[in-house]
Design a protein around this ligand. Structure first.
Ligand code: GN1
Ligand code: MG
Length: 382
């Protein structure tokens, strides 16, 4: 049988229409277009006679238990809906709907074993790969804070761990060490990455150590709240929803805070090829954190504030390490568009982490000021 890459485009879109039809029953699917720029799943927008919807093929190489991914997603959706119906927000906030198949299932398995799901498309919204301005930054932060706050009373134990090891930085270091044993001569850029990892490897367990010591609680988190997963209302400019809910599972809110800040405070974006020009913008960081805490201060405890700086540096560095290890391993995890793509992405994240490192006093000052304003509990020093 031909793989998808070998099929003519007309046949691919024909089979996508057939797959999409599983989620619309008697309504007719008109067209299916690729959507977004995800590195893991395949995502499409489906035009139908009625509402458009989002069709996704779950990457089962990454998510080996797709049923659990869907169970977590459904649990999140019903919990967030209930919260919003009991205590409505005074602004727009959308929780996507999981579409049922014609057989009333929350996913569909095609004859090749691919797992597909349908989700509602949130109308009147857009996303950005790079930050637009300070107001956008505040809304990005608010969106994450709102999401965390809706999940703050969903015990993390009620969600399955659908991606063991995700954001456990010491595990990524072990994987890097394993790949390193099998690699030969390094280019100057690769050598630069190796040196950075050697310089910082002693710092990579900071969040896991704090978790193991009981300082930081496991919560229900998003896992991947990067800038382009936060939908912005096209009229008001306000955050309206978080999408890409595969990694909703137990974790530290710090993974999310770090991921949100590393993706929104780098004005050149994570796909830039000018890695040496990448910097971390502290003013944007202040705006994102202000927006975040305006919603998240209701549940965030004093100790959690103490690890925000560490999270910003660590999750940035961690993504550099993940991209670099994948480059060394032959690009087996993240989708790539060109040779050395994962190396370029790694350099961007490592440069960003260096910029965070150099600006530690300024970033910590922002966090301290926000803590003084938002945190009611007494101080605590880690
Ligand atoms: C992956 O597929 P996408 O783009 O939503 C990755 C994230 C990374 C991100 C970097 C499950 O997310 O952790 O931060 O790429 N998701 C997974 O762009 O590994
Ligand atoms: Mg994702």
């Amino acid at each position: 049988m031909l793989s998808e890459a070998e099929l003519p485009n007309s046949l691919i879109s024909q089979s996508l229409v057939t797959i999409a039809q599983q989620f619309v029953g008697c309504g007719k699917v008109q067209e299916v277009h690729p959507l977004g720029s995800g590195n893991i799943n395949d995502t499409y927008l489906v035009d139908t006679e009625q509402q458009p919807f989002v069709l996704q093929r779950i990457n089962t190489e990454v998510f080996s238990q797709p049923h659990q991914v869907m169970d977590n997603l459904c649990r999140f959706v019903s919990h967030a809906r209930e919260r919003l119906s009991k205590a409505p927000l005074n602004r727009r906030w959308e929780v996507p709907t999981v579409l049922k198949t014609v057989d009333l299932q929350h996913h569909w398995i095609d004859p090749q074993g691919n797992v597909w799901r349908g989700l509602s498309f949130v109308q009147g919204t857009t996303t950005f790969n790079t930050i637009q301005n300070q107001d956008h930054a505040t809304e990005i932060g608010y969106g994450l804070g709102c999401f965390h706050s809706l999940l703050s009373d969903l015990p993390s134990i009620s969600l399955a761990d659908t991606l063991p090891g995700f954001h456990i930085t010491p595990n990524y270091l072990l994987q890097y060490d394993g790949v390193l044993l099998q690699t030969s001569a390094a280019s100057p850029e690769e050598q630069y990455c190796h040196t950075l990892i050697a310089n910082h490897r002693h710092r990579l367990s900071v969040l896991e150590d704090a978790k193991a010591a009981g300082y930081l609680p496991l919560r229900s988190i998003h896992g991947d709240p990067k800038i382009n997963n936060i939908l912005i209302d096209t009229v008001t400019g306000q955050a309206a929803s978080l999408i890409d809910l595969d990694t909703v599972k137990p974790g530290l809110v710090h993974y999310d805070i770090g991921d949100c800040l590393r993706s929104s405070c780098n004005s050149l974006g994570e796909e830039t090829q000018q890695w040496q020009a990448v910097t971390f913008d502290v003013n944007l960081c202040a705006a994102v954190l202000e927006g975040y805490l305006s919603s998240a201060s209701t549940f965030l405890n004093a100790v959690e504030y103490e690890y925000i700086y560490d999270a910003i540096w660590l999750i940035t560095f961690e993504l550099g390490l993940r991209f670099f290890s994948d480059h060394l391993a032959g690009d087996i995890y993240f989708k790539t568009q060109r040779p050395n793509h994962n190396l370029e992405r790694a350099l961007v994240q490592f440069q960003l982490a260096e910029s965070v490192n150099m600006q530690k006093p300024a970033i910590q000052k922002v966090i301290n000021q926000l803590k003084a304003h938002y945190c009611a509990e007494p101080g605590w020093v880690a």
